[in-house]
Ligand binder design. Structure first.
Ligand code: SAH
Ligand code: SF4
Length: 361
């Protein structure tokens, strides 16, 4: 079988070339062709010898998944449905803003963790994406957006806030991150690449040691009883341990704070008492809060907090001296808002049974 070079980071590509008796600088040349120029055809890599181009054509490929859906909203948000195999599709969302543009990528098809307010969780877990499938989301987005040279950085930021829990797929997420940071590929700074986790502590420690990028933690509640209900993983990794892991992460993080994401669920976690609890927690770790108005989806009972309640919650945090941002709700019309990325669910029953099996295991 031909080896797909799209997901190989610098070290992986070097190993590939060395095994074929080629010099390491060939790996860097090919990496620039693939990621900076978006080239998938070895025959067009004009600074390689004809013999090497032929050899690559026989033993390797640059293979990205197919885009099977492309939707726009008036605010410029664009959602792509990326078909990763016959049964699975994941979503990537492009969010242009003044001064920057963010691509939100998926790391898994489905998710095993089943947070009670999340559409991906409801879908169950199907499989991990490969590093090629993760980096392909950025590669394809650049291609579709007509970026000539990746050094133009049309996409200035990447967030792992699409489908899946990145910390449960670090074997593939880390090579993809390394490519995003590599000057011979996308050259993004560590502060502009954010991994979001629901609090998988061993993963946080591993990422800190192997590839510390900006970290967002999905908090959603500042007491264990409520967080147990919203984020079931909290029963395994409760708040005290989570905060300790955040502090360990900060020793290596490219920013001196953790972003706490807090989904605003009407009457569930959005009272003034909850806000005071969240402010108190911030005394134990350097953090900023990002309030996310809940995005409803079919079959779920939660409602989005009113703008007034969100404003009040933010005000209490701000009075405590914290930095708070409230996420604009974008892409509503195309179900591209956070947590609505349920993908193309073809066989929900099978996925659900898969998820239950995983949880029991
Ligand atoms: N699994 C990771 C990353 C993907 S989810 C995590 O949980 O952090 C990205 C963010 O979207 C998380 O903060 C998640 O809690 C939030 N989210 C999930 N469902 C949502 C919904 N319906 N409305 C608003 N935010 C949601
Ligand atoms: Fe998984 Fe994140 Fe959704 Fe929870 S919020 S189910 S961890 S994708």
């Amino acid at each position: 079988m031909k080896e797909n070079l799209l997901g190989l980071d610098a070290a992986g590509l070097e190993r590939f070339f060395q095994a074929r008796g080629e010099k390491p600088f060939r790996a860097r040349q090919v990496q620039r062709w693939i990621h900076q120029l978006g080239e998938a055809d070895f025959a067009r890599m004009s600074d390689l010898s004809k013999a090497l181009r032929d050899k690559l054509g026989e033993s390797a490929c640059v293979d990205a998944p197919q885009i099977v859906g492309d939707e726009n909203t008036a605010d410029g948000t664009r959602k792509w449905l990326v078909k990763v195999d016959g049964a699975n599709a994941v979503e990537s969302v492009f969010i242009p803003e003044t001064g920057r543009a963010t691509l939100c990528v998926s790391s898994q098809a489905g998710c095993v963790l089943d947070c009670s307010f999340c559409a991906t969780g409801k879908q169950g877990f199907n499989r991990n994406l490969t590093s090629a499938e993760i980096v392909a989301q950025l590669w394809l987005a650049n291609r579709i957006l007509g970026v000539q040279r990746r050094t133009d950085r049309v996409i200035s930021n990447v967030v792992f806030m699409g489908m899946g829990e990145p910390m449960l797929n670090l074997d593939n997420v880390i090579p993809a991150l390394r490519l995003m940071l590599d000057d011979n590929a996308y050259g993004l700074s560590r502060r502009r690449v954010t991994v979001s986790t629901s609090g998988v502590i061993p993963g946080m420690d591993r990422l800190r040691d192997e590839c510390p990028v900006a970290l967002a933690v999905s908090l959603h509640a500042a007491n264990d009883a409520l967080r147990d209900r919203l984020v079931p993983l909290n029963r395994k990794y409760p708040l005290r341990e989570l905060i300790a892991a955040c502090n360990r992460y900060l020793e290596k993080a490219p920013r001196d704070f953790i972003t706490f994401e807090y989904v605003m669920l009407d009457g569930v976690n959005d009272s003034e008492a909850h806000a005071r609890e969240a402010a108190a927690l911030a005394g134990r770790v350097r953090c900023k809060y990002n309030l996310i108005p809940f995005n409803p989806f079919a079959g779920v009972d939660y409602r989005r907090s009113s703008p007034e309640r969100i404003r009040r919650f933010a005000e209490i945090l701000q009075r405590a001296g914290l930095t708070v941002t409230t996420r604009k709700t974008r892409g509503d019309g195309i179900a591209a808002a956070c947590g609505q990325l349920a993908g193309d669910v073809e066989d929900r029953t099978r996925r659900r049974s898969l998820r239950l099996k995983e949880v029991r295991a």
